[in-house]
Design a protein around this ligand. Structure first.
Ligand code: HEM
Ligand code: ISQ
Length: 153
């Protein structure tokens, strides 16, 4: 999928800003996921038995950050190679998601939550164009993970 230099720059500059506030970003990301799909919350080990999203859970923050960072890296790869070429260390993501009961429709939930989190976090720098660039990068990454889920990687 074609990805322009401008789209890459939009994702890159917003990521630089987002990563300055990981605790808040992670918390909002999860809050959106549980608002969009309350049942999805129970798939996550760190949320299962709690009524509230933990404010300072390091595992939650590391995983949430990884979702953002992988999406950002996908944007770079789309620009450089025209395809998402995930790092070999990410090949296990297919099996992790299968194991946790994730199915293809869940990817729309996470996408929506990701985009809402970005919109909220970057304020007036937000634009349709910026959101669209993140969406493309996410969709392409999601396709790679969905394929791994199907192929049992
Ligand atoms: C775990 C990334 C989509 C649910 C993880 C982990 C990463 C990740 C990095 C941590 C793996 C580890 O243990 O080292 C992504 C990315 C996605 C995506 C990049 C999309 C592009 C989804 C979707 C769902 C989901 C759609 C379902 C709502 C989970 C769950 C875990 C997990 C339940 C296990 C968390 C735990 O340890 O309890 N994901 N994920 N993910 N993901 Fe995702
Ligand atoms: C893992 N997979 C998808 C979404 C997530 C959000 C927050 C933390 C971990 C996640």
């Amino acid at each position: 999928r074609a990805f322009s230099e401008r789209q890459e720059a939009l994702v890159k500059s917003s990521w630089e800003e987002l990563k300055e506030n990981i605790p808040q970003l992670s918390l909002r990301f999860f809050t959106w996921i549980s608002e969009i799909a309350p049942v999805a919350k129970n798939m996550f080990s760190f949320l299962k038995d709690s009524d509230e999203i933990p404010q300072n859970n390091p595992i939650l923050q590391i995983h949430a950050t990884k979702v953002f960072k992988l999406t950002y890296e996908s944007a770079i790869q789309l620009r450089e190679k025209g395809v998402v070429d995930v790092d070999p260390t990410v090949k296990y993501l297919g099996s992790i998601h299968i194991k946790n009961g994730v199915t293809d429709p869940h990817f729309e939930v996470v996408k929506e939550a990701l985009l809402k989190t970005i919109k909220e976090a970057i304020g007036e720098k937000w634009s349709d164009e910026l959101s669209n660039a993140w969406e493309i990068a996410y969709d392409e990454l999601a396709d790679v993970i969905k394929k791994e889920m199907k192929d049992g990687i």
